[in-house]
Design a protein around this ligand. Structure first.
Ligand code: HEC
Length: 181
């Protein structure tokens, strides 16, 4: 190596170590000082919110690609509706039903699913229900529910766009042990 190149490489290495050390000091100071506001009443800066939302969307669609969607038969829909009303409705509402009062204080806000679900494919909805979304309040139902049960919920969720309030209300709430209220 030429002496000049060697000197440049050395400078770059020293610079890199300095950047890593400074970043570590910043992270540790933020963690210990309490300067960072964790309040759910204040959203992230728009750039951070965009990064989180975009990361979530792409992470889910990338992982869901490996999931084969079975035929979502009509027979699965009413069983899925009972589970949806017990486990999802308080956060995501339904046609003619608003989310619970406490869910309105969450950040990020659980979206009203009938309005947004057409942006997702069935295998993505299944993946979301099975694995949840870390640090968002969207729980993982995989540890407590079989894939068959989660496909029933998916079959129902895919029917939400365009469903009327009367139709939604006509599905039985059941007396499911899933209802952890
Ligand atoms: C405790 C509240 C809570 C419950 C219960 C809950 N979710 Fe969620 N869900 C969330 C939150 C919060 C998000 C937004 C996550 C994000 O933006 O990172 C979300 C996002 C989603 C999304 C993606 C929607 C979008 O466009 O962002 C789907 C689909 C979903 N949930 C399905 C379900 C299903 C199905 C159930 C029931 C099996 C369920 N959720 C139960 C809180 C909840």
């Amino acid at each position: 190596m030429q002496p000049k190149t060697r000197q440049l490489a050395k400078g770059a290495a020293v610079g890199l170590v300095a950047v890593i050390l400074i970043s570590l000091v910043v992270v540790v100071s933020v963690a210990y000082s309490g300067a960072y506001n964790v309040a759910a009443t204040q959203d992230h800066q728009p750039i951070v919110r965009w990064t989180l939302d975009t990361t979530m969307k792409n992470s889910v669609s990338d992982r869901a690609e490996a999931v084969q969607t079975p035929v979502l038969r009509d027979a699965m829909v009413s069983a899925g509706a009972t589970r949806y009303k017990a486990m999802c409705q308080h956060c995501h509402g339904g046609p003619g039903v608003k989310k619970s009062e406490w869910a309105r204080g969450m950040l990020p806000q659980p979206p009203h699913l009938p309005d947004v679900v057409s942006e997702w494919k069935p295998n993505e909805v299944f993946w979301l229900a099975k694995h949840g979304v870390r640090m968002s309040g969207m729980p993982a139902f995989g540890p407590t529910h079989s894939d068959d049960e989660l496909w029933e919920i998916t079959a129902f969720v895919m029917r939400l766009p365009g469903m009327t309030a009367t139709e939604y209300a006509s599905f039985d709430t059941g007396n499911s042990a899933d209802d952890g209220q």
